[in-house]
Design a protein around this ligand. Sequence first.
Ligand SMILES: O=C[C@H](O)[C@H](O)[C@H](O)COP(=O)(O)O
Length: 222
Amino acid sequence: MYENEKKVSAMEALKHVHSNMKLGLGTGSTTKYFLDGLGELVKSGKITGITGVPTSLRTADLAKSYGIKIENNLEGIEIDFDGADEFDGSGNLIKGGGGALVREKIVAYNSKEVYIMADHSKFSEKLHSFPLPVEVLPFMEDVTKKNIEKTGCKATFRDGKNFKSDNGNYILDCRFDFTDVALEKKIKMIPGVVEVGIFSGITTKVFIGENEKCRVMDFQKS
Ligand SMILES: O=C[C@H](O)[C@H](O)[C@H](O)COP(=O)(O)O
């Protein structure tokens, strides 16, 4: 869906990359357009000296296939480039549709700038349409699920517990009527919860594909 808009947003974001930068590399289909574009620039020698910190095993593999140097070291990341499942007008995000939320949040938190690329359909006035992904430890996970549901949602194990993240954990998709960003801290307090897919106060730009054009929203990292 909206593949061209994903590509348009990724190509606009890519304009901010120049030689010798250290980048956070997100996960997902929109980020793949970014990585494909970056890969072409690296392969052709138009951009050199890029180091990437990947947010998933599949992103690491893709980046390596393009000859991009990979490093698991968070120091000095200038810009993290990633996608989102939903975003609002304040730059708050829901992430984790691909199950990479833990590593994505670590990399985003430790990057100077966080640039999000998305097609226009991901925008909501209030976060509500995408079920909130929550990563939980595979230990007494049914109890963790019940405790999360007490915060006001219906939770489902992704793919009936057949899906495991790169960290070997389960993902619960939690359907709230409205995903208040205050839920991030509330859910994170529940024992067994590894990470919550609410990214708040972390985004510095959102590149939004709108037909053939890209609109950019700017925010301050808090
Ligand atoms: O875990 C996956 C990530 O949070 C993705 O960035 C998010 O799901 C958006 O992916 P896509 O660009 O494929 O819609």
